[in-house]
Design a protein around this ligand. Sequence first.
Ligand code: PXP
Length: 243
Amino acid sequence: MTRLGVNVDHVATVRQARMIDIPDPVEAALLAEQAGAEVITVHLREDRRHIQEQDVARLRQRLTAALNLEMAGTPEMTRQALTLKPDDACLVPERREELTTEGGLDVVAHAKQLRDVVSRLRDAGIRVSLFVDPDLKQLEASREMGADAVEIHTGSYANAGGARLERELEAVRRGAALAAGMGLEVHGGHGLNAANVAPIAAIGEIVELNIGHSIVARSIMVGMVQAVTEMKALIAEADRTGH
Ligand code: PXP
């Protein structure tokens, strides 16, 4: 059964629009958990545009679901992770001017820096995944530096249309098979929504999907419990039927 990680960053985005204390991403996370989310994911960005340290600390105290911290592989964020003690950390590339994470990590180019971060987090008992494009060299470098998992970037698939869609899906499938063959746990995420999640959830090697924007957007219309329940049902159906 593919696990669902619900990313509640954009609940905090709405809060930060007014710099007050509602809506509370922790409350949203507890509702997502109540609806069956196995993982709650937050990205503590360097510019703190949505999630704040205090949110992560409160999630750490109150969640039963696993807490997955998305973070840049920098010394500051490594210190934060070692203090906040999430169950999982997902290392992502981060640029201040981007609207959202725009591409996978270049694990090959930043191998030296990332290897050190991976080993410090793992030594503290935090499981580490690396957010990468489904590229053989990136997957090999991820395994080589001791990551527990990779999260395959599904953004290119999510943005594709027409003939490109099938090619991008095939690339995710191939990447997932390669990663699992190397002994890495395989996750997926970025740009997934009710209309495009099924083919990704049906990939047998992918055991966790992290979904944020589309679930938070839907929750504005129907509430968080209903939004998560709907996504869980789509994933369960794809798991069951294989498509
Ligand atoms: N996985 C990773 C590594 C991400 O950086 C993000 C965006 O924060 C997501 C998943 C969720 O993407 P989306 O909000 O498009 O569902």
